[in-house]
Design a protein around this ligand. Sequence first.
Ligand code: KG4
Ligand code: ZN
Length: 354
Amino acid sequence: MLTVGVETSCDETAIALVRDGREVVASVVASQVARHAPFGGVVPEIAAREHVIALVPVLERALQEAGCERGDIGLVAVTERPGLLAALLSGIAAAQALGLALDVPVIGVNHVEAHLVAPFLVDERDPEWPLLSLVVSGGHTHLFLSRGVEDHVLLGATMDDAAGEAFDKVAKLLGLGYPGGPVVQRAAESGDPTAVAFKRPYLSRDSLDFSFSGLKTAVLYHCFGQTPEGGPGGDTLKPGLRVEDVAASFQACVVDVLDTKVRRAVEQTGVTRVAIGGGVACNGPLRERLRQTATEQGWELLLAPPAWCTDNAAMVAARGAQIWRARGGVSRPLEALARASWPRAAPGGTVAKG
Ligand code: KG4
Ligand code: ZN
């Protein structure tokens, strides 16, 4: 059975076709990065309008790429939350129309849980439980103990900025452009990661939560100085400052924190099968560090390939098909309740019902 995935939660209009929940037969992503770049971040109204413009051409391209018949499609999966409200609604409306036109069920998918299945698209395998999963993206830094398809226990999450958000904000401060992750990584390649000793926000000894806003402020003060009252010193970079060194030192700090928190989670749970997804998981030094740690510690590491780390619809289709199978193919009314935010569940609470 083919599942069509529809993803419009942020600034990517994406449609994919996935066979049996695992084999990606087509995946088209129309990025809006150029439209948002002048603003240094995503503008929700522009995002929603661009989705409406892009959805039909993206769907046509995906169908063409897959070369499939309409009759092969048995399910439509759409990101229903969390994300930008107007952006989500455009995708949900399109998915409903598609379901109606094809006379197939439409299933709502949680975007963060979709990131969790991305590592399994690599070798078309089913996840094995239990599993530790880290989603590091522009909107989320969530660490889960996954015990089954609909049983993800939140072990820790960011208390302020997500890791990707920190990359984006630091890139803006350093005048490197948008989105921040790739440009910070590029600048860092010619920088010294030990140049600035940014304090690692590990929080308390056992904490699996994250906090990146203090790090962003530390970068701000390092680059622009501080007034005697404690505010930012000005809007020009300190003379002699090497942006590459700051980028490399900031990136090293984030890598240390993510690596340490995953190690802690493994220690605390005893689970050594570790899956990583989300846009920040594209980061070269982070991937390298996690591979090193996994080898050293004997973990089974499942790293989503970069194409499935950033937002895409293949992971949405795969997640939809996974839930569909787990529920025994039972149809129920679409629960497409677009929500702008996803409340931070108490540690130990299952978040699958979002
Ligand atoms: O998963 P994603 O595409 O969208 C969300 O669900 O948020 O993640 C986007 C985030 C952005 O903050 C972007 O700066 C970050 O992923 N990112 C990276 C890299 N590539 C993308 N962060 C660090 N290094 C990268 N190479
Ligand atoms: Zn995402």
